[in-house]
Design a protein around this ligand. Structure first.
Ligand code: B1M
Length: 217
């Protein structure tokens, strides 16, 4: 089976919510040499896009969104170990979370996995994280970076609230702030005073790596 066919099957399994098939398919894809990140982005994530389109078109409902999320997570269980390189010296400390009111965590988890794989110490706050949680964890761990994810247009303003809370606690100048998530734009990140916007998980983790390397110089 070609790479394209294999990825197509993975997309179809997400769209048809076939949770039993996803693990063996992901395993087969990496065993035949498709890089794990390609399986995530060109397979699982593409399937999630189709699910999102079906939801918008009224063909799928919340139950299907939930099931698609669970199916993607099953696939990620196989792929996560491949996304993490061999352990290196800790590069820095990152506090990451999905902002208050937002329960989407699949993209955030991929970013966290790539950061961990690059040698960062990652403190994952999970989903629905209020500003104070970001601030207190950043202060407690002496974090270098605060990383936020939001998927809903209604929860994007929470990112600004986190930045304001970091300022109130007088630690904004000690941390770099990066934001990401499907609904975000570079423009929005600039408007709220974030230091960077990560279009996807690889760009996000590369920006964090670049920051730490610049600091080490
Ligand atoms: Co929801 N949902 N959802 N959902 N959901 C979206 C986001 C939506 C676009 C679907 C749609 O209408 N087409 C829509 C948002 C519309 C909007 O605001 N613009 C939506 C909605 C409306 C909702 C509810 C309100 C539905 C309802 O209740 N009526 C509800 C809200 C619940 C809440 O959060 N309070 C809801 C609920 C859910 C589920 C819980 C059922 C489930 C989430 C399961 C989970 O995450 N554990 C779910 C799902 C699965 C989706 C879709 C289908 C898929 C999201 C996903 O995981 N994508 C989504 C449609 C879509 O996005 N196509 C949708 C795959 C993932 C790899 O991508 O998270 O974008 P993503 O991450 C990417 C980049 O964005 C980036 O890197 C990742 C990989 O490259 N990135 C970062 C993300 N964070 C980053 C941080 C960084 C850097 C990069 O640095 C810090």
């Amino acid at each position: 089976m070609s790479k394209e066919q294999m990825l197509k099957e993975i997309i179809e399994s997400i769209v048809s919510l076939n949770i039993d098939k996803i693990k063996p398919l992901a395993e087969k894809a990496v065993r035949t040499g498709i890089p794990a990140y390609a399986v995530v982005m060109e397979g699982l994530a593409k399937g999630m896009d189709v699910v999102g389109q079906k939801y918008e078109a009224g063909e799928y409902f919340l139950a299907e969104l939930l099931m698609a999320g669970e199916t993607m997570k099953e696939g990620m269980k196989v792929l996560e170990p491949y996304l993490k390189d061999a352990k290196r010296e800790p590069l820095g400390r990152v506090v990451i979370g999905t902002v208050r009111g937002d329960l989407h965590d699949i993209g955030k988890n991929i970013v966290a996995t790539l950061l961990e794989g690059s040698g960062f110490e990652v403190y994952d706050l999970g989903v629905d994280s209020p500003p104070e949680k970001f601030t207190s964890m950043a202060a407690e761990t002496n974090a270098d970076i605060v990383a936020m994810s939001a998927l809903l247009t209604t929860t994007m303003p929470e990112m600004d609230n986190v930045i304001q809370d970091l300022k109130r606690a007088n630690i904004r100048h000690k941390v770099k702030v990066i934001v990401g998530g499907a609904a975000l734009t570079d423009d929005f990140s600039k408007r709220i005073g974030a230091d960077a916007y990560g279009r996807d998980a690889v760009e996000g983790s590369n920006i964090c790596k670049k920051w730490m390397k610049a600091e080490a110089r």
